[in-house]
Structures are given as C-alpha cells and as structure tokens.
Design a protein around this ligand. Structure first.
Ligand SMILES: *Cc1c(COP(=O)(O)O)cnc(C)c1O
Length: 360
C-alpha cells in the first residue's frame, strides 16, 4: 500500500519531500558517514543543523532579535509547568479556558500560584472563542495565557485577547507556522512540533529575553528554567537532535513554498473546500461557531453515532486515515495541517458526498 491521506491531529502528516530527503540521508548525512541520529550534538555537522534551523524559523516568523528560540523536550505539556515556574513573580496569572489543553495548563499552574480563569467557553462545549476584548485581568497578574488553536474542538482566536498590558503566553502547538504572526504581540510562543512541524519530541519556545531570568519559583528544576537552555543555545544537555533536524527540513520546505503568507493561502483554500461542503451538506455538520473556525482542525458530525462510526470505517477503507474525533468529543475531525495537500481535502469531500448520497 502507498501513502494514505493522513488526517491525524498529531503526530501528523509531514511533507513527503522532507521524508524522502531524510531517507536519502539516513545512512550517510552529507558525507559524514553516519546518520544524524548517530552523531554528537557537539559535532560540526549538528551545530550547522541547529543553527540553520534557528535561522530559518527566525526568518519565517520574523522573530525579533530580543527573542530567544529554544528547542526543548518534554512536550507542550511540560511547558504547562515551566510557564508558571518561570513567569509567576506575583504568583498570579490569568487563564482563558477554550478547551482541554488550556484547561490542563490552567490546572497545572494552580500548583504554583493563583491561576484565575478570566474567561471560558466550557458552557457550550468549547465550540467558540469568548469575547476577550475587555476581560477582568487582575492588576497583579504576571501573564495572560491562551491556547491559540484548540486542536480538539477546532476553534482559533482570530484576534488576540486584550491583555491590558500583561504578557501574553500562547500555546500554538496546532497552528505553528500555519500563517504569518506578529511575534512582538507575545511574551512567549511555544508549541510541540508534532502537529504541524516535525516528529514528536521537540518543543519550540520563542521567548522575549526580559522574561528569561534567574528569578524563577523556588525549587524549579534546572531543566525547566528557560535560562538554562537559553544560555546554552538549547545545548545544555543532549537535545532531540533528529527531531530538530527534521524541523529544519520542514522550515526549508515552507520557505520554498513561499513562506507563511503562502502557507496561509494554501491552508485557507483547503479549509474553505471542507467548510463550504459542511455548510451545504444535509448530513454532515461542523460543530463550532463559524467565526471561530480553525484552519487546521475541522471537527464534524452526522448527528448519529452509528453513522459516524460507519463513516470513519468506510473512510479508512478508502485511504482516509485518522478521521475519528477526539475520544472526549466523538464524531469526526479532519486535521488539515500545512503538509496536507489540497488534493487530500478535495478527495475527502468527494468521498463525503458519496457517503451522503448512499446514506440519505
Ligand atoms: C497536542 C497538544 C498539546 C500536548 O502536546 P504534548 O507535546 O503531547 O504534551 C498541548 N497543546 C495543544 C494545543 C496541543 O494540540
């Protein structure tokens, strides 16, 4: 069997070109006679890989010089603790709860200080983004926290919250590099790369320099203090070398595709094909408010659990993988990250039309 159309929410589809290149270099990376997996993280070859990766992501996102780019481990979930440990000087922070990942971050922060939920969309199963233009942000909050794209529910902030001057911290795991971003609006942008950039095992954190200090919560582990890795250019200990290498290739692929503006156009085109169909279908329905729809994760249902199951099974048999919704919400979800070709979405919609006709 050849490659399928993989709609997984993460780990997720990667550009085929990148995988082929990595395959070509597997046994002998550029004449070193070894795989990137086998080389020292202090070697000249790896030094070039990580420096190049940093240079390319800086160029893609237009990251200003007063921000550090860190390549970390521990998944996005580890940053749920690292964020309060590094930022809670007043032991208080504002959290906007738009789904499970935001909620988990909020719960984790409660271990280290007072995490205040200043808005939530839990009342309607996280099917929208609350109005964040005038929230009651505590005067002494150290930061305002958001999960910018909600992987499970399929919503995304179209405008960032008014933080009333407080530092904005955003988990962008599932929308990283999907469209242009104004980094200066954030204090911290971080995400696990396994949704839209590379293999699991790498977290990229982009942090404004003044937020990287020795003044962290007492008891913060060395490895969770951002300054440890910032001072060592992400090489305090052995980084996830192979993952960083693949991320670097994906950055180059995005540059070749035309950068983040082009990615945005490509992603909007794909999402429109699917959302337009959902809006006209008599069987399938999108589950979130239109104004808050994600470009990356598209949940939908038939309204009948048995039919949902049948759809997922038949889609799988036809070469459309991982369309089952998150275990906590059911239904279906198509994740259509950067590397999903337009053709994959077109074919999925064709298949949905056929299924609708057969099950009317
Ligand atoms: C997947 C995901 C996470 C969890 O990532 P891990 O790397 O598994 O810890 C956190 N936040 C968002 C938005 C995600 O999509």
């Amino acid at each position: 069997m050849g490659r399928v159309y993989n709609f997984s929410a993460g780990p997720a589809v990667l550009p085929e070109e990148v995988l082929k290149e990595a395959a070509d270099e597997m046994l002998d990376y550029k004449g070193t006679g070894m795989s990137v997996m086998e080389m020292s993280h202090r070697s000249k070859a790896f030094d070039e890989i990580i420096k190049d990766a940093e240079k390319d992501i800086r160029e893609l996102m237009g990251i200003p010089d007063n921000y550090k780019v860190l390549f970390l481990q521990g998944g996005a979930s580890q940053q749920f603790a690292a964020v309060p440990m590094n930022l809670m000087k007043n032991k208080k922070a504002a959290y906007i709860i738009t789904g499970q990942w935001a909620k988990k971050a909020y719960q984790e922060a409660q271990k280290y200080g007072e995490a205040v939920a200043v808005a939530s969309s839990a009342d309607k199963t996280f099917s929208y983004i609350p109005d964040c233009s005038d929230l009651d942000i505590p005067e002494d909050a150290d930061y305002v926290y958001i999960c910018e794209n909600n992987t499970i529910y399929g919503t995304k902030y179209k405008t960032l919250p008014n933080t009333k001057g407080k530092t904005l911290v955003a988990d962008v795991s599932s929308c990283f590099l999907s469209e242009p971003v104004d980094v200066t609006k954030y204090g911290v942008i971080y995400g696990g790369v396994q949704k839209n950039i590379g293999p699991a095992g790498v977290v990229i954190a982009i942090i404004r320099e003044d937020l990287i200090t020795d003044d962290v919560l007492e008891g913060t582990p060395t490895m969770l203090k951002w300054k440890t890795q910032a001072d060592a250019d992400s090489l305090y200990n052995t980084p996830p070398c192979y993952g960083i290498y693949i991320c670097g290739k994906v950055f180059k692929w995005i540059k070749k595709m035309g950068g983040l503006e082009a990615m945005k156009a490509h992603n909007e085109k794909k999402a429109k094909i699917l959302y337009d169909f959902l809006d006209e279908s008599k069987l399938f329905k999108g589950t979130v408010e239109k104004k808050d729809r994600s470009l990356m994760n598209v949940p939908f249902v038939t309204g009948n659990e048995e039919l949902d199951k049948k759809f997922v099974a038949e889609a799988k048999a036809a070469g459309f993988e991982n369309l089952k919704g998150h275990r906590t919400v059911g239904g279906m979800r198509a994740s259509i990250y950067n590397a999903m070709p337009i053709e994959g979405v077109e074919k999925l919609v064709e298949f949905m039309k056929k299924f609708e006709a057969e099950n009317a």
